[in-house]
Design a protein around this ligand. Sequence first.
Ligand code: DP6
Length: 370
Amino acid sequence: MKETQFLPRNYSSNIESGAVAWSSPSNIALVKYWGKKERQIPQNQSISFTLDACKTKTKLQFEKKGQSMDGFSFDVIFEGKKNEDFKPKIETFFKRIEAYLPFLRTYHFTIETSNTFPHSSGIASSASGMSALALCLVDVERQLIASDASLSEKERNIDEVDFVKKASFLARLGSGSACRSIEGDIVVWGKHEEIEGSSDLYGVRYPDEVHENFKDYHDTILLVDKGEKQVSSTVGHELMHGHPFAKERFGQAEENITKLKAILKSGDLKAFIALMESEALTLHAMMMTSMPYFILMKPNTLEIINKIWAFREQTGLHIGFTLDAGANVHVLYPKSEAKEIYEFISTVLVAYCQNGHYICDRIGFGACKL
Ligand code: DP6
């Protein structure tokens, strides 16, 4: 599929005003996206578990504006208060997607948004935030197309598969990882020979067999550091250009997807944990070996990792971790061992969390219309 396929067909903006609302989850990558080309095309394939509890809810109101105003016009209301901080990122997003959504300059938008996870928990909210907004926007487009009487009945009906694909395509242009938050419990982004239907342009629901062991997999997110990150993901991706290990890393990610495919089928939890932890540490190794170099882990990140390893050694339970671009630790474990592992988290690991805070989550199924 080419980018041009997402260019809109002709339709008119006949609706004066309206509103749509979507809830969209965050996701946690098992094989990490780190490094991108022009237009948010990833340097390597990635795969993630969709989360269930960590979500952004967004309501988008749209109202036709006067002829005179040329630029994008929108207000952002975050958790009940007018917010200026998100505006530049949304402005950039609108610029990137305007060719695909011709009505963007026709309306004034009020974007009312809130997260189910605590504000400034250090959890990446760009995946849930951008995917929720992308879904709202394709939903507006769907309404405009449906109400255009000059189109045939067939043309007025947007196919569900195309709707989801376009939402993921647009979400990617807001934030790469956001394209993995639209639909499915396990999502792949990036063209991979062994994953049918996979694409660099959008995320696809993992199409192959998944063992029972991974159903309802748990993820407890330990909030080690809730402050602003010193280095944003966008800057981190940039630093993969000319990185001494870039080529090997991109090749390794591709191989890891192949390995993970076999693991997801067999249900081999030991191999799953080894691959996931190695991916997390490789991501941070890339940060430590870029120029300039940086470290996002904190002392408590390492304390937690060591405690997890010791507990695993002692009990033989299948507890493992992954990290995103920050100090927080995602502790992943199968449902069948949840009781003992949760007991360990809530009595031992909690001591290393900022103000004792952590979030209990598990695999979810993607976004939904509100
Ligand atoms: C470490 O999707 O936040 O979480 O495309 O610049 O918005 P942008 O980056 P972003 O990067 C996420 C990086 C990661 C790994 C992952 O989710 O795959």
